[in-house]
Write a protein that binds this ligand. Structure first.
Ligand SMILES: Cc1cc2nc3c(=O)[nH]c(=O)nc-3n(C[C@H](O)[C@H](O)[C@H](O)COP(=O)(O)OP(=O)(O)OC[C@H]3O[C@@H](n4cnc5c(N)ncnc54)[C@H](O)[C@@H]3O)c2cc1C
Length: 278
């Protein structure tokens, strides 16, 4: 009888321990589980345009709602998505875009789009009205980012190539555990072409020891104090971190600029693994 009782007590102890372990595991999983993203790499999903804000004559910010107010897009930092639309002839067109928002911006994502007069996807965005849906597929891209994976980033952006840079810079600076330093050179034709200028200047004033931006213009206005002409080797040398195993220089701009920047970086001694093109 005594033996039976002690056996029962043992069984109860084991059962309680098992319940505790399963409960603790479930609780840990609940706490650490990342919310599921809304993108599908295999098929296009539709997102509703809830706000369109014209930023200049040919640039607008498009805010899209996610399925619920607590949903996250689920796009890894520095990656992009394919957006599908119709050009002026009604033919399908698919182009890559990087949101300026992060997964910390829950319930929505935003695209800043420059619309070119002859651009095929530009036509689609120009025609989009609040309430319309955009077909999006992703994530796409080779860029992988872990906090503190490098000591410093140099960034060489041209025109709309600023969007992946802005996203990466925001992710770094808004993470208090990330100590990475970011130096950006941002090239445009005119002052009016500079995208996200207020946001970039805000980052520079909020994080003066960790983020700097140097603007370069082909056609500067009178009294311009930034760089003039194309981005030169000397500008890269002055602004960006010197070649070292723990730095990386990111490039994103029109094809001719990317080519010129790659040649400058090679000449300055940046090894292939110190360079990345979005
Ligand atoms: C990773 C990645 C992320 C991107 N993110 C963004 C983003 O967030 N916002 C954004 O607006 N764009 C972004 N782009 C650019 C975008 O993918 C398209 O190339 C752009 O919107 C033009 O497409 P389109 O079909 O309208 O023009 P197209 O039909 O391809 O081009 C028609 C004409 O438009 C002009 N044109 C097109 N692109 C450029 C250019 N870059 N510079 C100068 N003239 C040009 C040219 O005159 C060209 O002949 C990104 C590109 C990449 C690779």
């Amino acid at each position: 009888m005594e033996h039976l009782q002690s056996h029962r007590a043992e069984m109860i102890t084991i059962a309680v321990a098992l319940v505790a372990v399963v409960g603790a595991t479930a609780y840990y999983y609940y706490l650490t589980k990342k919310p599921k993203g809304c993108l599908d790499p295999q098929q296009f999903k539709e997102f509703k345009l809830v706000k369109r804000t014209q930023l200049s004559h040919n640039v607008a910010k498009f805010k899209f709602a996610l399925p619920t107010p607590t949903s996250v897009l689920g796009l890894p930092i520095g990656q992009h998505m394919s957006c599908r639309g119709k050009d002026s002839l009604g033919d399908e067109v698919v182009k890559p875009y990087t949101p300026t928002t992060l997964d910390s911006d829950v319930g929505y994502f935003e695209l800043v789009i420059k619309m070119y007069p002859q651009g095929r996807m530009s036509h689609h965005f120009r025609e989009m009205c609040e309430g319309d849906y955009l077909a999006v597929k992703g994530p796409k891209g080779r860029f992988k980012y872990q906090p503190n994976q490098v000591r410093a980033f140099g960034m060489l952006a041209g025109g709309t190539g600023i969007t992946p840079m802005f996203q990466v810079a925001r992710a770094i600076l808004e993470n208090p555990d990330d100590k990475t330093i970011v130096h950006l050179i941002y090239a445009n034709v005119t002052y009016e072409d500079i995208l996200l200028k207020d946001e970039l200047d805000n980052l520079a004033s909020s994080f003066p020891n960790r983020f700097s931006v140097y603007y370069v213009l082909n056609q500067p206005p009178e009294g311009w104090e930034g760089g003039v002409g194309y981005v030169t080797k000397e500008m890269i040398q002055t602004v960006c971190p010197s070649p070292a195993p723990d730095i990386q220089i990111l490039r994103c701009g029109p094809p001719l600029m990317n080519k010129a920047m790659a040649a400058h970086l090679d000449n300055l001694g940046y090894a292939a693994q110190m360079q990345f093109q979005f």
